[in-house]
Ligand binder design. Structure first.
Ligand code: NAD
Length: 468
């Protein structure tokens, strides 16, 4: 059930905002009011940081095995209530129950993967030029982690950050998107039943009000952010000024290449799913379809036909819909491009053509169900076009040629490459992240996440001082 007023979670207790302000959260599928949520300000964020600061030492002293067991219990608890949480996510985002359930299951799997690290959390040993010196590299928690996330796949977004953060021995303050307060509150309450008070705090609020106090607090050792490049730039500047560890997972303008030797039916199906599932609100969505000249006309016909009947959800807000429609003004829209005549924020799956690679539309992430078709002569031209982008998150190529696939994998500027599949679909054990303006070199999920949420410490043991 979604409460009428969604509160913060601070020090193990539900807390109303100290200023008594609440913001409204509207349903994307019908435009009706869903709930209100705490409109937190600096004072609320400070209380959450103080709670995390009090909790961190005792939590960090627990063994990784014990913390791993608690994360496993958390994942099991989430699994047991998957229908309930998926209903909240569906109401809050407008996505189908099927998608919401799949995302909940992905969050659970992330919990199991992270929990398994409790029996590993491997360090290293190394040699030394000095006799009787043993050197170990061990992982230690960073401290207090500020976790700021996007709305698009809320449960995986929380799980990708909260599970490794707390497993590694950090205390955390989660600042969810203002578009998904209820799922974050649910996740917080569930975690609170298993974690000691203050280890996970959830601060609701509007980005520009509740985000900056977290980024700028000297008591927050790590800021881990998933969201737009624009917000990421602000966070990098302000977190960087106080030399905090800042980890950014940002946007994409991902390309899917269709060669003339591709299985066209599969290429069309994967392109539709990559471009339009979750209303195109995926960092890994295929918003550029780069098609060989020889396959272009047939691909175009089948893709446009598929787009006409593709059932996608609404976009997250009125503002988002208006922003996308404004960006499409003047573009050659082949299909879609208009708001559906129904309550809520629905945009028909949209296909655009005749866009120059240097046009604003080619380089701007729209985060909606919009994909651009490009015609290219060959693989060389395709790779050049794909790489002509400020972003470099994911990419895909459809081809029967091993040579083409490997050349693409080698030369494409992206953090993820998929051959004969979609541009999305990462799994918990796979590191995920991008190059250029898609990130700052970090990878989330996988064991790579341990590098985000721990610091390496090098321990030198002089085992026989008399002989050294
Ligand atoms: P956004 O940047 O608008 O917001 C992200 C989060 O930042 C929200 O919680 C928001 O409240 C907060 N925020 C806003 N202003 C802030 C500020 N000044 N200081 C601190 N926090 C602030 O992004 P969005 O619209 O929620 O999400 C869409 C973006 O997220 C897209 O660019 C998408 O590609 C990206 N994304 C990336 C990944 C990835 O793993 N690389 C995954 C999902 C989404």
């Amino acid at each position: 059930m979604i409460p009428r007023e969604v509160q913060n979670l601070i020090d193990g207790r539900a807390a109303s905002p100290q200023g008594g302000e609440w913001f409204e959260k509207w349903r994307p599928d019908n435009g009706e009011l869903l709930c209100t949520a705490a409109r937190s300000r600096g004072v609320d964020v400070a209380a959450a940081i103080a709670a995390a600061t009090r909790a961190r030492t005792e939590w960090a002293a627990r063994t990784p095995v014990e913390r791993g067991e608690i994360v496993r219990e958390l994942a099991l608890a989430l699994h047991a209530r998957r229908e309930e949480v998926a209903e909240i996510v569906a109401a809050e985002t407008g996505k189908s129950m099927q998608l919401a359930l799949g995302e909940t299951d992905a969050a659970v799997e992330m919990g199991f993967f992270v929990a398994g690290e409790g029996r590993r959390l491997y360090g290293r040993t190394t040699t030394s030029a000095v006799p009787n010196r043993t050197v170990m590299a061990i992982r230690r928690p960073v401290g207090v982690a500020g976790l700021i996330v996007s709305f698009n796949t809320p449960l995986p977004n929380y799980a990708w950050k909260v599970f490794p953060a707390v497993f590694c021995g950090n205390a955390a303050v989660l600042k969810p998107s203002e578009h998904t307060p209820a799922s974050a509150a649910f996740f917080g309450q569930l975690s609170n039943e298993l974690l000691p008070p203050g280890v996970l705090n959830v601060v609701q609020g509007l980005g520009p009000e509740a985000g900056p106090p977290l980024v700028e607090s000297p008591d927050v050792d790590l800021v881990s952010f998933t969201g737009s490049a624009e917000t990421g730039r602000w966070i990098s500047e302000h977190g960087g000024r106080r030399l905090a560890k800042v980890v950014l997972e940002l946007g994409g303008k991902n390309a899917l290449v269709v060669c003339d030797d591709a299985d066209l039916g599969r290429a069309v199906d994967w392109s539709l799913a990559s471009a339009f599932s979750n209303a195109g609100q995926r960092c890994a969505a295929a918003s550029r379809l780069v098609v060989f000249d020889a396959a272009y006309d047939e691909f175009r016909e089948r893709f446009v036909e598929g787009a006409r009947s593709y059932e996608t959800g609404p976009v997250i807000s009125e503002a988002s819909l208006e922003r996308i429609l404004a960006a499409l003004e003047g573009a050659n829209v082949v299909v879609g491009g208009e708001r559906l005549e129904r309550p809520g924020w629905w945009l028909a799956p949209t296909v655009v053509e005749d866009v120059q690679p240097d046009a604003a539309l080619s380089g701007t992430e729209l985060f909606g169900p919009v994909s651009i078709l490009y015609r290219v002569a060959d693989l060389e031209a395709a790779i050049a076009l794909v790489n002509d982008s400020p972003y470099g998150l994911t990419s895909a190529i459809h081809t029967a040629s091993l040579h083409r696939a490997m050349r693409f994998a080698d030369e494409v500027e992206a953090g993820v490459v998929v051959v004969n599949g979609g541009t999305h679909g990462s799994e918990p054990h796979m590191g995920f992240g991008g190059v250029k303006q898609s990130g700052t070199g970090w990878r989330e999920a996988g064991i790579e996440a341990l590098d985000v949420y721990t610091e390496w410490k090098y321990v030198n043991l002089i085992t026989d001082p008399a002989k050294t």
